[in-house]
Design a protein around this ligand. Structure first.
Ligand SMILES: [Fe+2]
Length: 159
């Protein structure tokens, strides 16, 4: 089993929106959980981590997109396309894993490279606009709560 470095949270991953940063941190935790689960003889454990990671990330993407939409971010369409493409690719890996293929390491590498790069570039790009849109929103808390509920349901809170 190859040695894979855990993902370290670092300042350059911070967007400056608490909710988004917390969710990104949670995704990093899931990637690390996946890295740690590789040695487990029971593939079900890894399978479970992969499916939770996907569900959480899909919820996060939805939440993020609702903030970009509210802020009328100009590049929301390409950003959404990137999210959908990512979901598709990660689901393909998950299916291959469930079918018994040994793709955990490839998946981890893809998640690491892809997600972290995405946060550092595309997510950073909407940061300033979404921050000012939230600051200008008199119903900021209500909006965030509603959006959270819409995409995460009662899952993810406190995660
Ligand atoms: Fe994103």
């Amino acid at each position: 089993m190859a040695d894979i470095m855990r993902v370290e949270w670092s300042k350059d991953l911070v967007i400056g929106i608490q909710e988004i940063d917390d969710q990104h941190r949670q995704i990093v935790d899931y990637i690390n959980l996946l890295i740690d689960s590789r040695g487990n003889d029971d593939r079900k454990v890894t399978e479970e981590v992969i499916s939770e990671l996907i569900a959480y990330t899909v919820s996060h993407f939805g939440f993020e997109e609702s903030l970009m939409e509210k802020a009328e971010y100009a590049y929301i369409s390409p950003h959404k396309r990137i999210h959908r493409l990512f979901e598709k690719r990660v689901r393909e890996y998950a299916d291959r894993f469930v079918n018994g293929e040994d793709v955990a390491e490839e998946l981890i590498e893809m998640l690491h490279r892809w997600l972290i790069t995405h946060i550092r570039s595309e997510d950073k790009d909407y940061g300033a606009l979404v921050i000012s849109s939230l600051d200008a929103n008199p119903e900021r808390e209500r909006f965030l709560k509603k959006s959270f509920g819409r995409f995460f349901g009662d899952r993810g809170k406190g995660a």
